[in-house]
Design a protein around this ligand. Structure first.
Ligand code: ADP
Ligand code: MG
Ligand code: MG
Length: 210
């Protein structure tokens, strides 16, 4: 079973729903170690994506992901807009012209997307950023692909990996972004961007149930 362009649209719709529902939660995380806008940022960005969904119907997945990324880039300010925007824009490349993705292709989308985030944000492991959730997601998808699991099983494992990655940011001291200004005081709080990665994966698992 492959992930179709219709399911990609459902994924984005589900992202918009989850970011609306969890906007306060994410903003509260950002209040602890940032400037209390992360949930607002993600909600605003994905609301704009939601408005674009009718234009995405019957388009190839590369087109959908690229336009999602550009919409996020131009509507979310701060650090996270360019980074999540880059994820979708760079992830669009291996999906260019494709109307469905097998697990190997889905991995390529995530791999190129995360590589884009890293080349832009320069985060290293344990810097307490969204990358500390993205890397375990990549590892899980790669392992699932090697094990020839279904997309549904792979994405469920990737969601678990994201959750664990986000939890693991709690004791870390932030080395990138606003939270790094706090030095040791950034320890003991979950990184907001890593929590958003969890919602993006949760949305993907939910889109596969539809
Ligand atoms: P801002 O910090 O500009 O207000 P947000 O609050 O929307 O932006 O997003 C903050 C999140 O961005 C952080 O929780 C972190 O996950 C992520 N982030 C910040 N800087 C980087 C970076 N250099 N690389 C990866 N992620 C980063
Ligand atoms: Mg912020
Ligand atoms: Mg901000």
């Amino acid at each position: 079973m492959a992930l179709t362009n219709t399911q990609v649209i459902l994924w984005l719709q589900q992202c918009a729903q989850l970011f609306e529902k969890n906007s306060d939660y994410l903003t509260d995380l950002d209040r602890e170690i940032g400037d209390a806008d992360h949930g607002l940022n993600m909600n605003r960005g994905f609301k704009k994506v939601l408005e674009k969904l009718p234009e995405f119907e019957n388009k190839d997945i590369g087109f959908i992901l690229k336009n999602t990324g550009m919409t996020l880039l131009s509507n979310i300010g701060g650090a996270s807009g360019p980074l999540f925007g880059t994820f979708f824009i760079r992830g669009a490349k291996p999906a260019a012209g494709l109307e469905s993705l097998d697990l190997n292709q889905l991995y390529d989308v995530f791999k190129d997307g995360v590589d884009g985030i890293v080349s832009r944000g320069k985060a290293q492991p344990s810097d307490k950023t969204m990358c500390d959730a993205w890397w375990p997601v990549l590892d899980a998808l790669k392992q699932a692909n090697d094990d020839k699991l279904s997309i549904k099983e792979a994405v469920t494992k990737a969601l678990d990996a994201a959750k664990k990655g986000a939890e693991d940011t709690i004791p870390m001291q932030a080395k990138k972004g606003r939270a790094s200004y706090l030095g040791e005081r950034s320890m003991g709080h979950k990184d907001p961007g890593s929590a958003s990665v969890v919602f993006i994966l949760q949305a993907l698992t939910e889109s596969l149930d539809k």
